[in-house]
Design a protein around this ligand. Structure first.
Ligand SMILES: C[S@@+](CC[C@H](N)C(=O)[O-])C[C@H]1O[C@@H](n2cnc3c(N)ncnc32)[C@H](O)[C@@H]1O
Length: 287
C-alpha cells in the first residue's frame, strides 16, 4: 500500500526550499522571512512552532507567489535598509544592500549637528533620505521623486519615521530649478537609474517586477547620471559633495564625464563588498 502520511512541516519546508532555488539565489532566507511573517518573529529553522491549518494555507500561498518570481520584499510589503524598516511595494525599487555604502561614506565625512542642507535625488522608498535624516539630523533634506507610485510609499515612510526635516519634491531632478536654491546644498546623494535598456545582465524577475523608471536610463544607462551631475553642480555649495551609485561597468565612463566638466574634483570611486566599483564621491570645485 502506498504511504499516504502527509509530509511533516519540516519536510515541506525542505521541499519548497529546493523548488525556490530555481527562482532565487537566497531561497533559504526567502523562506525564513515568509515563515516568520506568518508564524511570528520568533520562528526559525529547527523551531518547534508548527503552523495551524489556516497559517499553512497562508504560507503556501505566499510561497507560490515567490515561486512565480515575485520578490519577497513586495510579498512582505516591507524591507530593511540601514537598520530601518521601510514600506515597499510595486512601483518602488527594493532598497539594495550595496546602496548602504552611500550612507556609510557620507557618515564618514559628515556629522550630526552641522546644520547641513541635503538632497536625495530619485528618492524611491526614501531609504537614503531616511537613513541620513536619522544619523545626521540635517536642518533640511529635499527628497526628489517624480513617480506617483513611489511618492505614495515615500510619503508613508517619511511619516512613519517622523522625519520632519524631509521635504518631498514631486518632480524630476531635471525640473528642480527654483525649488532648491542654487549653491545652497552641502551634500547630495543618489542612486540614479543607470542600467542600459538592452543590458542582458538584468535578472528576469527584476525586469518583470521592479519599476523600469527606477532601473533604466538612456544613452547606455548614462543619461540620468549626466543630467543629475549637471543639476548637482548648480545646487551644491563650493566644496559640497555628491555621492552616487553607478553600475559596476560604468566607472570609466563616469570618470570621463567628471573630467570633461571642470566643475568637479573626483575624490574616489569606492568598491562594493563584491569588489565592483560602485559609489562615486565627487566634490564641487571652488570657482
Ligand atoms: C534606482 S532607483 C533608487 C531609489 C532609492 N533611492 C534607492 O536607492 O533604493 C531610482 C529612482 O529615481 C526615480 N527617478 C527616475 N527618473 C528620475 C528623474 N528624472 N528625476 C528624479 N527621480 C527619478 C525613480 O522613480 C526611482 O525611484
Amino acid at each position: 500500500m502506498p504511504n499516504s502520511t502527509p509530509p511533516s512541516f519540516f519536510d515541506w519546508l525542505k521541499q519548497k526550499k529546493e523548488q525556490l532555488k530555481s527562482v532565487s539565489v537566497s531561497a533559504e532566507t526567502d523562506l525564513l522571512w515568509l515563515a516568520k511573517s506568518i508564524l511570528g518573529e520568533q520562528w526559525s529553522w529547527g523551531s518547534s512552532i508548527e503552523p495551524s491549518e489556516e497559517q499553512m494555507t497562508e504560507l503556501e500561498s505566499l510561497v507560490e507567489r515567490c515561486l512565480a518570481g515575485e520578490p519577497v520584499a513586495y510579498i512582505l510589503g516591507e524591507w530593511e535598509f540601514y537598520g530601518l524598516t521601510l514600506k515597499v511595494g510595486p512601483g518602488v525599487l527594493i532598497p539594495r544592500p550595496e546602496t548602504e555604502l552611500v550612507v556609510d561614506l557620507a557618515l564618514k565625512q559628515y556629522s550630526r549637528g552641522e546644520g547641513l542642507s541635503l538632497a536625495d535625488f530619485g528618492s524611491g522608498s526614501g531609504c537614503l533620505a531616511l537613513a541620513l535624516a536619522k544619523h545626521l539630523e540635517p536642518s533640511s533634506l529635499f527628497a526628489v521623486e517624480p513617480s506617483e507610485q513611489a511618492l505614495q510609499i515615500l510619503n508613508e515612510n517619511v511619516k512613519s519615521h517622523s522625519a520632519a526635516c524631509i521635504r518631498i519634491l514631486p518632480c524630476r531632478v531635471q525640473d528642480v530649478v527654483d525649488q532648491i536654491q542654487d549653491e545652497s546644498l552641502d551634500l547630495i546623494v543618489a542612486n540614479p537609474p543607470y542600467i542600459a535598456e538592452n543590458d542582458s545582465d538584468v535578472g528576469q524577475w527584476v525586469h518583470k517586477y521592479e519599476p523600469h523608471v527606477a532601473l533604466y536610463s538612456e544613452n547606455q544607462g548614462l543619461k540620468d547620471i549626466e543630467d543629475w551631475l549637471a543639476v548637482s553642480l548648480k545646487k551644491l555649495k563650493a566644496k559640497g559633495r555628491y555621492y552616487f551609485e553607478i553600475g559596476w561597468k560604468q566607472s570609466e565612463a563616469v570618470t570621463s564625464l567628471l573630467k570633461e566638466s571642470d566643475g568637479w574634483n573626483l575624490i574616489e570611486i569606492v568598491k562594493d563588498y563584491s569588489g565592483h566599483p560602485r559609489v562615486v564621491v565627487c566634490e564641487k570645485a571652488e570657482s
